[in-house]
Design a protein around this ligand. Structure first.
Ligand SMILES: *Cc1c(COP(=O)(O)O)cnc(C)c1O
Length: 359
């Protein structure tokens, strides 16, 4: 029996979208591949709300995160972290020999514009990394405010934003906010299988990358950028099944409308948050930072999460344990992609039933 995934990616893919993955292959150097690439880029630009070029990588999002800091840091990176994925950005810098400092707040707390400003004054940085949505704590940082401050006070610094668990489900207008590099993956709010990821990139970040040595090969932003610029193609063989699926999914997303999509994610979030508050507690205490795509619930009842999943499986559901330091003391419910409020209610009703909670 299929179990509906309420983990923070991958999540269920709609059957009609899935069917597109079975399309026969085409040559990746032909005119048809270039046409497909142009169509995908145009569709992605709408979701990213940008006129920037969009890099498509045959990898999950971590590859483009690695490529961004490696391609664009010349002096030193300031990594802002409010959880496990922020910490991962720091690790990426370290393992690539990129000078970096990490500024971290407690899990469940947000990175604010004041916090960023205060810490950027401590060193000489030419790139910063941020999470829009921290999947480990279910928190959305006030990115619009941070970007407004950056534009005003540190306009020369390249801004890299990991929006892997929120882009396509929450409003992140790349051009309006002035984000240099905005990254997301297919298996979260886009509702596709994992294995492909996207980055909207400003021309100035690519021009800067051209001046940097040792950018590596596979995730070098300049190589990726120049191939789409010249031919609407990619240096290596792309994952064409994803291209077919994405082409179709972008049409579906456009038909739904971005505003409706954001609204649906918000409504799903409200359901899960109400459940969490009634029976448990939310990890994020300041509710203005609650995420619309993932909720991190404090395990106030001391449940064994793998046992909970064993009870949920026959009902056709799977939820996620806490991540990293929050394993077992929290659990997480995702509400992203093409799920509906009814799907979420189905899961919550099943949880109420198997856990014997008072309805
Ligand atoms: C899932 C996730 C990642 C990792 O993305 P992959 O596509 O698995 O490489 C990075 N950042 C955040 C915030 C995530 O939720």
């Amino acid at each position: 029996m299929h179990k509906k995934l309420f983990i923070p990616g991958p999540i269920d893919v709609q059957e009609d979208v899935l069917a597109k993955f079975a399309t026969q292959q085409i040559g990746h150097r032909g005119a048809e591949a270039s046409r497909l690439q142009r169509t995908l880029e145009e569709g992605l630009q709408k979701v990213f709300q940008t006129e920037n070029r969009i890099l498509i990588s045959t990898s999950s999002g971590t590859g483009l995160m690695e490529g961004a800091v490696r391609s664009c840091t010349k002096e030193r990176a300031a990594v802002f972290s409010c959880g496990s994925f922020g910490d991962k950005f720091y690790k990426i810098c370290k393992l690539n020999g990129i000078p970096a400092d990490k500024y971290r707040v407690e899990m469940g707390e947000a990175i604010t514009a004041d916090y960023v400003r205060e810490n950027l004054l401590k060193g000489k940085y030419d790139l910063i990394t941020l999470q829009h949505n921290e999947t480990s704590s279910g928190l959305t940082n006030p990115l619009g405010e941070i970007m407004a401050m950056m534009k005003e006070e540190f306009p020369e610094i390249i801004t890299v934003v990991d929006a892997v668990s929120s882009l396509g489900g929450m409003n992140i207008p790349q051009d309006e906010w002035g984000i240099d590099i905005l990254i997301t993956s297919s298996q979260k709010c886009f509702g596709l299988p994992a294995g492909i990821s996207f980055a909207g990139v400003t021309e100035r970040s690519i021009e800067k990358a051209r001046t940097i040595e040792n950018r590596g090969l596979y995730f070098d932003y300049v190589t990726l950028y120049d191939f789409i610029l010249k031919k609407d193609q990619y240096p290596s063989t792309p994952t064409l099944p994803h291209y077919f699926g994405l082409e179709y999914q972008l049409e579906r997303m456009e038909a739904e409308g971005l505003e409706n999509r954001f609204k649906r994610h918000h409504e799903m979030a409200l359901e899960v948050q109400a459940f969490a508050k009634k029976y448990f507690a939310l990890k994020v205490k300041d509710e203005k930072y609650l995420s619309d795509t993932i909720t991190c619930v404090e395990n106030t009842r001391g449940l064994n999460i793998s046992e909970v999943n064993k009870l949920l499986e026959p009902k056709g559901y799977i939820i996620a344990n806490g991540y990293g330091d929050l394993k077992d003391v929290t659990f997480r419910i995702s509400h992203m992609g093409d799920y509906t409020v009814e799907d979420v209610r189905g899961l919550l009703d099943a949880m109420i039933e198997v856990l014997g909670l008072e309805a």
